[in-house]
Ligand binder design. Structure first.
Ligand code: AMP
Length: 337
């Protein structure tokens, strides 16, 4: 039997190259080897200030973009979190085996609540934001997933999910497998405008390249990429130049990567040339995605059908878990008429 992999992404609107190369490209590959369950976690997006209409649009957009990137509905169960209400039910039960102290120590909560309290927003920090890691544990445990692809930034959350599983098993009987991390070598992309920072949408449009951004805009951002900050150590490749090489490698243009690296090592590389090649590579890679996205957008009704059907498949697994959890925790089983 194939091991079960679970991974989720928040509907943040347009996907950027960091998301694709750092996560989604790997999701597509994992489909070949594992039973993959992938979620668009709209409930998590409610933990920060948001607009209802935007959430609805972003959820559909993220699902379409995942399909355009190669998530195959015949191979993977791509679900919308809120269409599987068992996540929230399990989350409540798990809240009762999670301590206030361990949630207070989550660095993401500290970061995000600081962000909300920095004076630029209403300063409202919801209990949902505090409880977010428990819902994340429920996302994993509801499918009794074996493996979770994680980056370094998510290790603490997976650790908490494991602790919650262990505590539940100890109190109510061995039921949940302890989810294990699936470490994969993925590149970390930096902002082209400021290569001291991670590529991210929260920094503003010049700091990321959208996977579905138009050709002209991609080239413009690459051409403007910061290469030397002026205080590099002699003989050491600057973070900006390294980032451009990372992009070439991530896009699997190895022949140009090797040739340009040779020029760099010889001291003959012109950054204009490197940028032109990176621009061409990204444009040809993303054109194929854009085509597929356009096709999917033309037939939105079919996308809705796919998402409903796959979410129903997810519900079947989740329902089996929740019934068992109800029995173990002393809650009555539900008899559906
Ligand atoms: P986020 O919406 O920022 O949480 O990102 C979703 C996923 O994309 C996470 O799994 C991140 O690891 C990945 N990701 C985001 N930004 C980058 C980046 N600059 N480089 C590599 N991976 C990234």
């Amino acid at each position: 039997m194939k091991k079960r992999v679970l991974s989720c992404i928040q509907p943040t609107g347009e996907m950027h190259l960091g998301n694709y190369f750092g996560a989604i490209k790997n999701w597509v590959k994992l489909q070949e080897e594992y039973e993959c369950i992938y979620g668009v976690v709209d409930l998590h997006s409610m933990t920060m200030p948001y607009q209802a209409e935007a959430l609805k649009n972003n959820t559909l957009q993220m699902a379409i973009e995942l399909l355009a990137c190669g998530i195959d509905p015949k191979k993977s169960t791509l679900f919308i979190q809120s269409l599987v209400p068992q996540h929230t039910e399990l989350s409540w039960i798990l809240n009762c085996v999670t301590s206030y102290g361990e949630l207070s120590r989550m660095t993401q909560f500290k970061d995000k609540s600081n962000q909300l309290e920095d004076g630029t927003t209403s300063g409202f920090v919801s209990a949902g934001l505090f409880n977010y890691p428990v819902l994340q544990a429920a996302d994993i445990l509801i499918y009794r997933a074996d493996l979770i692809p994680v980056g370094k930034d998510q290790e603490q959350h997976l650790e908490l999910s494991r602790n919650i599983a262990v505590r539940f098993n100890h109190q109510f009987g061995d039921y949940f497998p302890e989810p294990q991390p699936l470490f994969t070598e993925v590149p970390k992309l930096l902002s082209l405008a400021d290569p001291t920072k991670k590529m991210s949408k929260s920094l503003g449009p010049k700091h990321y390249i959208g996977l579905f951004e138009d050709e002209k805009s991609i080239r413009k951002k690459v051409n403007k990429a910061v290469t030397d900050s002026g205080n590099e150590m002699e003989g050491k490749m600057s973070a900006g130049v390294k980032n451009l090489f990372t992009l070439l490698k991530a896009a699997e243009n190895i022949s140009d990567y090797d040739a340009l690296m040779k020029e760099y090592n010889n001291g003959t590389l012109q950054y204009g040339k490197l940028k032109a090649v990176v621009g061409d590579t990204l444009v040809s890679l993303t054109n194929a995605f854009k085509e597929r996205k356009k096709e999917l957008e033309k037939d939105e009704a079919s996308v809705h059908d796919i998402l409903q059907e796959l979410s129903a498949q997810a519900r079947e697994i989740a329902e089996e878990t929740i019934q068992k959890v109800r029995t173990l925790t002393g809650l009555p089983g539900i008899k559906y008429r």
